[in-house]
Write a protein that binds this ligand. Sequence first.
Ligand code: 26M
Length: 820
Amino acid sequence: LANGPVISPPHTVDAFVKAFLHELNFGQGVPLSRSSVNDQYLALARTVRSYLMARWLETARRRRTDKPAKMVGYLSAEYLLGRQLDNALLATELTDIATEAMVACGIEIDDLRQQEVEPGLGNGGLGRLAACFIDSMATLGASSIAYGIRYEYGIFQQTFVDNRQVEKPDAWLSMGGPWGVVHPEMEVPVNFGGHVETYVGEDGRERRRWTPAWGVMALRYNYMVPGYQNGVVNTLRLWRARATESFDLHIFNAGDYAEAVRAQTFAENISKVLYPEDSTPQGKELRLQQQYFFVAASIKDFIQHTMPKDFDVRDLPERIIFQLNDTHPVIGIPELMRILLDEHDLEWEEAWAITKQCFAYTCHTLLPEALEVWPVSLMERLLPRHMEIIYRINEDFVAELRETYPGDELRVRRMSIIADHPERSVRMAHLATVASVKVNGVAALHSELLKEKVLNDFSELWPERFTNVTNGVTPRRFIKLSNPEQSKLISDTIGKGWVANLDRLEELVGYADDADFREKFRAVKAHNKTRIRNVLVSRDGIALPEGHLLDVMVKRLHEYKRQSLKLLHIVTLYDRLISGEVEPSTVTPRTVVFGAKAAPGYAMAKETIFLINSVAQTVNNDPRVDGRLFVAFPPNYNVTLAEKLIPAADLSEQISLAGKEASGTGNMKFALNGALTIGTDDGANVEIRQLVGDENFFLFGMTEPEVAELQAKGYRPGEYYERDPQLRRAIDLIASGHFTKGSRDAVSSFVGDLLYNDRFLALADYAAYIEAQDKVEAAYGDQDNWSRMAILNVARTGFFSSDRSIRDYIDRIWHVKTGV
Ligand code: 26M
């Protein structure tokens, strides 16, 4: 009985109702008649969780064999999960049963859906990618476990006050967190600070001993990750910091009880809040604490609890591959060395040989300022033993370099893990590259540029170490759940198999020429536009006009992504309308929707938000526009809003400066939901265009080599301003204070930066962008052809399923088995 199969609650409406009422009565402690919507939501979530739990136990049981398969340990500081309820229902085939069960209880399930606060435990692309990847790992049945941090506060809630961004804390757990299962008895200690000394072991060998100054406990929270209708449920294990009882013992002993308890909260700060920067790391001590906290807990958990008791650490490379999601978990490399050396008594060479096989590193950027470095002084204070180990890794590495490149000291200094300027610090990307089996970029172009630029010296030394895995998105959340109408149309046309095999969308290619199909496809889009209109009215009181081309730019606010270029386009359209240059009745009516959070300390990004809001206010209230242009900027763009907004879009804005956007994943979601892309030759846009065909993509702007050339000869944005009257008018209109109640001061930093700095060459690409947008308008005039192009976008982008990405990781990097 103890090891037998787990009995799942039956898949019937009756059983579901019973389980639900049980949760409501004995979990929440309320009768149905007196229950609140939140009580009902929590009871429903726990009911669904119990179905998941049965599969989770079953999955674990199946994997507990004599010779367990090699696992993937996905290490990520962020998981931008989005709401859980619908995805869990879909995966377990309980959607209809749950809906009917709620009807039987007199409950509208949609009201309960609305009650869920999404776990926003990530900033943007990197965190959302991790969420898509764990979905695909479960769907492929890859033996894997994902590790991260259970932040008490996720990405901040964005509000606008007088057109400016104001951040509010995201207390996502305040209404109860029904999805996490805590195991207080399974906590692991994580230590910090102190000193290291030499001692002589019983065998007479000298060893190093770390005596930490303080520590915390890592509390284990399991979240269930269901595969799509395959019975598999994997684990996402998120750690929460808890003070140890012995914490600050001397204060307790001094008799100041209250002060001692207060001091405990210090330790618990570690998992308190997600850092809202998604580039240019600040080098904050607490952030390094977070990184070490979750990685140390995860590695220890894997070795002590996930492996069998008699397990030999020398077998680690056959049992695990830790995938490093950017450099955030890279401290895991010296941590594993420390465990092997200090806790398992291995010799350096043996420990290093093992460690080198256990990690693979994914790089997500090309911006030099986004590469993480940690001051040596900080590392020595917080993790003295790790700093020692890093020095030793670097010594050996540098010696190898001097042998390979005699006399090339410049190269040695460039490649060293330790930088000397402007401050002695540890380059985490170098450490990751030196210790990893494979290093990958996240789109074809990005992986090439990684080899040519950011990690050029390393790719010359170890060319075989570098590979590409183009990003992907999960078709479950971003098509099936978010776009039910399009999903139904596809299933009615080619069957249901596409959800777990997205290449099958190719079977739609022929239907692009089918007038009846095009008609239905347009009806889907119209339906999704009505849906977003309703959402924005009730969510934000924004009333989108009807019958417009819906043009959407949603992504973190960053100069390289060039929201400013989009803004210049809007101002140009507006200027044409109010100057009488065009007759309003002749232009294609267009609504532009923005969604973007700015890092709270990123002044220029916040100025851009202010200006977008100011332009929206002016444009939307100017009668001369005659309803031909509308700008909406709903606050707090998140996964939940993305799911409603993306399926309604006609046009996807992917306009980063070529060579700066590593991949982009929003671009994939739009194409798969039948939007056309206007985009630069950057990131995964390149692959999207190759797949859908040039004629179904609005390409504009400089290529990466052209960007490099222009920058080399000296870029002067002012010249573009002088030469292009249309651009001049747009900038002058902004500078005049027209959008800012006459205030020129309010826009001076924005305008000044564009004219005298413009790091990301917005002005250089402006003319090409406007020209491409004019082509968009002309093309939209032919609705039938537009639908044709949109259908081909859907049909030819099945490649961008994260299932394919994960298969690539398995084939090229992990070499783990799949199958349920
Ligand atoms: C680092 C240190 C301190 C605080 C925060 C960070 C940090 C957090 C997130 C740095 C970067 C972060 O994310 C970067 C990111 O989202 N990159 C995007 O990754 C996507 C998935 O690969 C790509 O599609 C995007 O092109 C890339 O910008």
